[in-house]
Design a protein around this ligand. Structure first.
Ligand code: UGA
Length: 438
């Protein structure tokens, strides 16, 4: 089939490459000419394990091309996947849909033949219906163009795996024709047994925000337990292990610590709250405001504990920060809890030296006033405190004996519960963690 993928950010670039990899002819489209040039050269504009290989392979086979022209896309595609960003609005909790709307408005005048427009971006419930109505206004014969929604559930760091071997596929359609087209797009995955849920657009849109809301709630639940553990001397890691054995609960997404960040979970729960208010069901999801509040509190708690470990003040203190990205295996620093903490202690007068395996360039663009170090040892030089804020696997393998020799004071705050506390203590470190006894 001939597919276009409009918007080649995180979601779109991976989707385009993976759709080509399962045998489709794919045209990736973006208004950013630099990004398109990089992708056409097989260079992903962000760090994602496995993406470069899959891009190169499919560009080489001729199945994957890139363009900045929506006219070319309209002429080429039977199916147009819309993968543009839906960030939080600057002055409200709601999602900013201007990129989605702009794609529909810019694509419509070029549509000359029947096609299916399939949204993949995370949007407020009701968006598919609204866009379909907009196309009816814009097109002389809107019956030839249908809109469907097909939310994406990929995780950064596992994006290629999650796209090629998803837990499930969810499509929201209004006609059996659209259903048949999407089943054909995903035929190799259906044959491999991936569960396929075909439903109406409103349900499909909601599945996505419900899934992210549940994940965010799970994280904030365990972080709330971490606060109770801190107040009572209990251990949140053992607690999570113990409740996680109950298969109804499950251990995944029960890692207590600095909380969730990134370009999805925080803005999605806020946008859901805003949309629920519009729908008059504010109370139904009021708990999400608490989920958000618990999450943001972990950042403040981390700063408070860090200040205590630094001797009551950050002024004139050198602090090493390990990790800048919102999670490991990513270079993404959007709404990164680590960077928020680093910025806060820097504002309070600390001299912050930051290390991250992949995120330094992006972090520097946001926080140019911090110092950055290419290796952990230099970042820790003369530090009175080391903060472990993103749980890159290489930090777990650090040698606490060697690091103790370079710091001024061997104090470490493990805000991701990822270090072997006993090992560090036996090397002379004072170790604090969130929700764990000292
Ligand atoms: C999330 C969802 O997991 C994906 O299913 C979804 O497709 C994606 O959002 C999206 O909407 O596009 P992602 O943002 O890549 O994926 O990251 P996650 O792996 O979900 O992690 C989110 C945050 O939660 C990270 O900051 C991570 O450190 C934190 N987290 C995760 C915890 O604090 N504790 C945990 O136990 C798990």
């Amino acid at each position: 089939m001939r597919l276009t993928v409009i918007g080649t950010g995180y979601l779109g670039a991976v989707h385009a490459a993976c759709m080509a990899d399962i045998g489709h002819e794919v045209l990736g489209v973006d208004i950013d000419a630099d990004k398109i040039r990089a992708l056409a050269d097989g260079r992903p504009p962000f760090f994602e394990p496995g993406l470069r290989q899959i891009l190169t392979r499919n560009i080489g086979s001729g199945r994957l091309r890139f363009t900045t022209s929506l006219r070319e896309a309209a002429e080429f595609g039977d199916v147009h996947f819309v993968c543009v960003g839906t960030p939080q609005q600057r002055d409200s909790l709601a999602a900013d849909l201007r990129h989605v709307d702009a794609v529909i408005d810019a694509l419509a005048p070029h549509l000359r033949r029947p096609c299916l427009i399939v949204g993949k971006s995370t949007v407020p419930v009701g968006t598919t219906e609204r866009l379909a109505a907009r196309l009816t206004e814009l097109l002389p014969d809107a019956s030839a163009v249908e809109v469907a929604w097909n939310p994406e559930f990929l995780r950064e760091g596992y994006a290629v795996h999650d796209t090629l071997q998803p837990d499930r596929l969810v499509t929201g359609v209004v006609s059996s024709h659209a259903d048949e087209v999407l089943r054909a797009v995903y035929a190799p995955m259906l044959e491999a047994g991936v569960p396929y849920i075909s439903t109406d657009p409103a349900t499909a849109e909601l599945v996505k925000v419900a899934a992210n809301s549940f994940l965010a709630t799970k994280i904030s639940f365990i972080n709330a337990m971490a606060e109770v553990c801190d107040a009572s001397g209990a251990d949140v890691v053992t607690l999570a292990d113990a409740i996680g054995h109950d298969t109804r609960i499950g251990r995944r997404f029960l890692s207590a610590g600095l909380g969730f960040g990134g370009g999805c979970l925080p803005k999605d729960i806020r946008a859901f709250t805003a949309r629920a208010r519009e729908l008059g069901v504010d109370r139904a999801v009021a708990f999400l405001r608490e989920v958000d509040e618990i999450n943001m509190r972990q950042r403040r708690r981390t700063v408070d504990i860090a200040r205590e470990l630094a001797g009551g003040t950050f002024t004139g203190r050198r602090v090493a920060v390990l990790g800048a990205t919102f999670k490991p295996n990513s270079d993404d620093v959007r709404d990164s809890p680590s960077l928020a903490v680093a910025a806060a202690i820097h504002r309070e007068g600390a001299e912050v030296c930051l290390h991250d395996p992949e995120g330094v360039d992006n972090a520097r663009a946001v926080l140019p006033a911090l110092r950055y170090s290419p290796d952990v040892s230099t970042a820790c030089q003369d530090a009175c405190l080391v903060l472990h804020l993103t749980e890159w696997s290489q930090y777990r393998k650090l040698d606490p004996v060697a690091l103790a020799a370079v710091v001024r004071t061997p104090n470490v705050l493990d805000a991701r519960n990822g270090l072997d506390a006993e090992l560090w203590r036996s090397a002379g470190w004072t170790v604090r963690a969130l929700g764990r006894p000292t």
